[in-house]
Write a protein that binds this ligand. Sequence first.
Ligand code: PHE
Length: 492
Amino acid sequence: MAETREQWHSRTAFIMAAVGSAVGLGNVWRFPYVAYSSGGGAFLIPYFVALFTAGIPMLILEMGLGQRMQKGIPLAFGSVRKPLQWFGWWAAGLSAGIVIYYSTILAWAWVYLWHSFKLSWGDQPQTFFIENVLHRSSGPGEIGWPVLSLVIGMALTWLTIYLILRKGVRSVSKVVMITVPLPMLLLAVLLVRGLTLDGAMDGIRYYLTPDFSKLWDLSIWLKAYGQIFFSLSLASGVMIGYGSYLGKKAEITNSAFITGLANCGTSFFAGFVVFSMLGYLAKIQGLPISEVAEGGSGLAFVTFPTAISQLPALNVLFGAIFFITLLTLGIDSAFALQEAFTTGFNDKWRIPAEKLARYFVLIAFPISLIFVTRGGFYWFDIVDKWICDFGLVISGLIQCIAVGYLYRVGEFRDYLNSQSEVRLGRWWIWALRYVTPVILLIILTGNIRTEITERYSDYPRWATLIGGWGVLLFWLVLGYVLYKRPAKANRT
Ligand code: PHE
C-alpha cells in the first residue's frame, strides 16, 4: 500500500526551511569578507548578476525537480535517466560529508557560548582559540585525541539534529519557525549595538566603498558565483529534498525568488553587523580596518570575541547573543544537509524518518570526532575545501547538463509555469544550458589548475589525497553500491 509523501505544514514552512538552509555561517563569515576584498559596494553588481543568472535559476531547477518527482536527489535524478541515480547518491553523499564537518563549527560555537559567560578568552583570543579551544597540533599528521570540551559540543550538536529530524518534516516545519527568524532578530540586536559604537561608520565605509576597477577582474566574478552557489545551498541536494515535500500543486518559481532574495538580503545585512564591529575594533586598537578584517573561523572565533571583550557594557550578554546567533544560523543548514542525504533512503527503501535520523547520527557522530582531535582543524579545512571547490562545482555542472540537455527542459518550464503566478521566460533555459555550466566549468578548471600548481595551505600531498580526493572517491564508490541495491517496493 503506497502512502502519500509527508508534506510541509504550509508554504511558509517550506520557504522558512529553504531560507534556513541557505542562511548559514556563510552569510556572516564569508559574504562580508568576500565583498570587502572584492570591490566593496561594487561587488554587489557581480553578486546580483550571479544571483539572477545562476542562483535563482538553479534554485528553481532544484526545488522544481524535487517537487515534480516527489523524491530526494538520488531518485529524482534517477527519474531523469536511470544511471543518474548514481550521481544523485554521490551528490547526496557530499551533503552527508558537509554536515559531518559543518557540525565542527557548531561544536566550537557551543564551547564558545560556555566561555562567553566568563569571557574566558581574555586579551589573547587568538591564542585562546588555537591553544585552549582547538588544542591544535602542528599538522594533519599529528592527530592526537579528541578534545573533551569539543566532544561535548559535538554531542550537543548531533543530539539537537536528531531531535529535530526524528519526526521528519512535521517537526522541521515547526522548528524552522524559530530557528530562522531568531538569528535574524539577534543579528538586528547586534547591528543596533554595532552601529552605535565609535568607528562603526568607518567600518561600513570600508565594507561598501565601491571599487569599480575590480569589475574588470574575472576572478571577482567567479568569486561572486562561487559565493552564490554555496550560500544558496545549491548542488548538494538540499533544495531538491525540501522541494520533494511540497504538494503536487505547489508553486515553485515565486518561492525560489523569495528564498534567493531573502538569503542575499541577509548576507548584505550581516555585512553591516560585521563591519560596524570591525570599525569599532580598529578604532580602539588604533589599527587600520584592513588589519582587523578577516573572514572565516578567525572572524567568528577570534575577531568577534576581541570586539565583545572591548564593548563598553553588557559584554557577557552580547557574547552569548553572538554565539547563539551562530548556533541558530548553523543548525538549520546542518539538519537540511542530513535530510538531503537520508531522504534518499526513505524514497528507496522506505526507512522511517526516526530510524534514519538515529542511524545517521550514530554513524556520523563518531566520524565527526576526527574533526575535534588536535589535528582535526586541518582535516576540517581540507574536507571543506575539496567538497566545496571540487565536489559541489562538479555536482552543479552535472545537474545543469542533466536537466538542460537530457530532460525535456522546455516542457519542464511549461510545467513550472502552470503551477505558478510568476512566468518563467526562455532566459531560464539559457541560464541552465549555457551561463551556469560555462561558469562552473571555468571555476572548476581554475580550481584544478591551482591545485596542480600550488599545494593548498602547504598540506602534505598524502593528506589532501585522503581528506580531499579520497572523500570524493569514497562517495563515488558508496554511491554506486546504493544505486545498485534493489529498491523496496512497499512501505512497511
Ligand atoms: N548555505 C549555507 C551557508 O551559507 C551552507 C550550506 C551549503 C548549507 C550547502 C547546505 C548545503 O552557510
